[in-house]
Ligand binder design. Sequence first.
Ligand SMILES: Nc1ncnc2c1ncn2[C@@H]1O[C@H](COP(=O)(O)OP(=O)(O)OP(=O)(O)O)[C@@H](O)[C@H]1O
Length: 246
Amino acid sequence: MQKTPYSQLKATGIHKSFGHVQVLNGIDFTMDTSDAIGIVGPNGAGKSTLLSVLSGAQPPSKGRIHLNDQDITQLPARHRAKQGLVRTHQIPKPFSGISVFENVFVAAIHSATPNRSEAYDIALESLELCGMMHIANREADSIGLLDRKRLELARALATQPNLLFLDEIGGGLTDGEALQLVDTILTLRARGIGIVWIEHIVHILLRVAKTLICMDNGRILAQGLPSHVMANEEVMRAYMGGSQHA
Ligand SMILES: Nc1ncnc2c1ncn2[C@@H]1O[C@H](COP(=O)(O)OP(=O)(O)OP(=O)(O)O)[C@@H](O)[C@H]1O
């Protein structure tokens, strides 16, 4: 289901401000697009803003983003999605009044897919991978929170991503539900899809992430093996000074 593979996403000197509020303060970030990276940090650290900048929802105020040798800094989200960089949202917003299947089909038809019959197959495969076939004909409005999160994943999957940006997709779920969602995410990982996942529930995140980034005040405080990052003194200070969710 994937597009032409590439290997590296690189953000250099990323700044983002909203008026006088400086939210990202010089982020340097390089990843292999098949990696699984977790991002943690206190509230207001700039995590979602970084995801917006990486996925093209918002341009940086300063700095460059490259996909291999291609400068994609000014490339809008819909064009990045066609190159396989796709973001999910904190609060899933399925199209109401249509079925789960139709929601995923709409996503497939708007991807780089050439025709409706291929989009149909891709939608079915996405639902299957996300364990949603049994509710494919339900109205999207009528499903519970865990299934709405799965639908968000299935819709992203139907656009044939290489790298998925997940913004607190576990938010609002019980631990048991979040673990079920992890199984779905690991299924996508097994297909070779890279993940950048912001999540406050760290023990859930670490079932997927092999590398952890901790942000605070718009900067990366530490990056590397999760055990090293969580033991980092600056990281512990940031959590004690901020809102601890871990
Ligand atoms: N569009 C905007 N306009 C003005 N300020 C914004 C905007 N988007 C984000 N901010 C501010 O930027 C800061 C960082 O926000 P961001 O959502 O990126 O942090 P976060 O680390 O994802 O936080 P949380 O964990 O609470 O979701 C916050 O102070 C927020 O109020």
